[in-house]
Design a binder for this molecule. Structure first.
Ligand code: SF4
Length: 210
C-alpha cells in the first residue's frame, strides 16, 4: 500500500476564501472521513451537498506515491517557470487523513508555501502556512484555530457560534445546490448585517476553471 493516495493534482487559481484569485497547485487526496463517496451513503453524511470526487487515484495528476519526495516532486512539476510565490493547497476529500509533516517539509524544499483545506475533524501536522477549516454539521470540530474559518451557508450551522474560535478570517460561502441563488442572497445579507464575515464565492466556478 502506497503512503499517499492522490485523486488528482493540477495548477489553477484558488477560487474560495481569503486567498481567492491566487495561483496554486492543488493536491486532492483520496478519501474522506465524513462520506464514503458512494451515492447511497450521501444522504446520511454530514455533507449531502458535497460536489467533490475524491474516490480513487484515477484523476488527472492522480496516483499513488511511496515517499514524500516523490509526491512533492510530482506537485512541483505543475508550477510554471516563474519561481515566485509558490503556493500549494492540500485538499480532498479530507487531506488530514494523509498529510504529514514530512510531505510538508518536502514541498517546502521545492519553495512552496503550504495550505490545507480541512473539515477540521482531525489533528493537523506541523509546518502548514495557511489553515482553512470548513466545519460540517454534526461532525466534531477538533481544529479550533487557524487562518480562515469557512462556513457553508445556509447549512444548519449558526455562524455566530464560531466567532469565539481563534481564526484570523471568517468567510461565509453560499451552498451551491438547487437553491444557489437564494443561498447567495442569504449569505450576502448575513455578511452585510454581520461584517465580521466576508462573502466567499467560488471563483473557479464563475470562471469555469478547475
Ligand atoms: S468533508 Fe468535504 S470532501 Fe468530505 S464529504 Fe464533506 S464536503 Fe465532501
Amino acid at each position: 500500500m502506497s503512503r499517499y493516495r492522490v485523486k488528482e493534482s493540477f495548477y489553477s487559481i484558488q477560487g474560495e476564501g481569503v486567498q481567492a484569485g491566487r495561483p496554486a497547485v492543488f493536491c486532492r487526496f483520496s478519501g474522506c472521513n465524513l462520506w464514503s463517496g458512494r451515492l447511497c451513503d450521501k444522504p446520511q453524511s454530514p455533507c449531502p451537498d458535497c460536489d467533490t470526487d475524491f474516490v480513487g487515484t484515477d484523476g488527472p495528476g492522480g496516483g499513488a506515491f511511496d515517499t514524500p519526495e516523490k509526491l512533492a516532486g510530482h506537485l512541483a512539476c505543475f508550477w510554471p517557470q516563474d519561481q515566485q510565490n509558490r503556493y500549494l493547497v492540500f485538499t480532498g476529500g479530507e487531506p488530514a487523513l494523509q498529510l504529514d509533516a514530512e510531505l510538508i517539509s518536502a514541498c517546502k524544499r521545492h519553495g512552496f508555501a503550504c495550505a490545507i483545506e480541512t473539515n477540521g475533524t482531525r489533528p493537523l501536522p506541523e509546518g502548514l502556512d495557511w489553515v482553512c477549516v470548513s466545519p460540517k454539521p454534526g461532525a466534531h470540530l477538533s481544529v479550533t484555530r487557524g487562518d480562515e474559518l469557512k462556513l457553508l451557508y445556509p447549512y444548519g450551522l449558526e455562524p455566530a457560534a464560531f466567532e469565539s474560535l481563534d481564526f484570523a478570517h471568517f468567510c461565509l460561502q453560499p451552498v451551491d445546490n438547487d437553491l444557489a441563488a437564494l443561498n447567495r442572497k442569504a449569505a450576502l445579507d448575513y455578511c452585510l448585517a454581520n461584517p465580521r464575515w466576508r462573502l466567499s464565492l467560488q471563483l473557479h466556478k464563475i470562471l469555469n476553471v478547475r
